[in-house]
Design a protein around this ligand. Structure first.
Ligand code: CA
Ligand code: CA
Length: 204
């Protein structure tokens, strides 16, 4: 009997104990993944609510006094634009010469409402609404908040099918302009400040 107990102790002290320890660690790792909160996922699409979450967008550009946050999938671009002003703010894609040929997206936050404009640069200094030019308003979803500056979030199709919008292709880079007015919400009022920049549409 003593011999049997000694043999059992030897087994449990060596291989058996080690394998139980390994099994215990595997189980602990497995269950802790469920018990402990995981970091917020960054591969979910942004929520268009006018609030920019810490991990909501994979790309951020500081452009002068403005901020541009980007995300995209194969079909849509997800954007957040910030300005230090309370007037309109806008982004223009692919201008060939100042305003000329750019797809301009304008936003004004007024109280609880957000006004939007999908425009096109018809000359160096003039932009007109796509609708007035025979095109369409293609800002799919939008939201904004004004509080010590302006924040807007919006969704735009990478290829809207409208002649007055820029086609954005995944994996390519584009020239952009961003601009804002400090106080005025009327889109035709002149910008307070504008900046040129370059962005890339990421692969998924
Ligand atoms: Ca359009
Ligand atoms: Ca447009």
């Amino acid at each position: 009997m003593i011999k049997l107990v000694e043999t059992w102790n030897k087994i449990t002290n060596s291989a058996f104990k080690r394998s139980m320890l390994v099994l215990g660690l595997v189980l602990l790792a497995f269950f802790s993944a469920f018990l402990w909160p995981l970091p917020e996922k960054v591969d979910e699409i942004p929520v268009i609510d006018g609030v920019i979450g810490e991990f909501e967008y994979p790309v951020f550009h500081r452009i002068g006094e403005m901020g541009l946050y980007l995300d995209n999938d194969q079909e849509f671009g997800y954007f957040a634009l910030t300005s230090p002003g309370s007037g309109w703010l806008a982004i223009g894609f692919s201008p060939s010469d100042i305003h000329m040929g750019a797809n301009y997206l304008f936003f004004s936050v007024v109280g609880d409402e957000v006004f939007v404009g999908d425009h096109y640069g018809v000359s160096q200094f003039v932009h007109e609404s796509d609708i007035d030019l025979g095109g369409s308003m293609d800002i799919e979803y939008f939201s904004g908040v004004e509080d010590q500056g302006s924040v807007v979030e919006f969704v735009f199709r990478l290829n809207s099918g409208d002649d007055f919008d820029t086609v954005l292709e995944v994996g390519k880079s584009y020239s952009i302009v961003v601009a804002y007015n400090e106080f005025d919400d009327v889109f035709d009022s002149k910008h307070t400040q504008w900046y040129k920049h370059k962005i890339s549409i990421l692969r998924d």
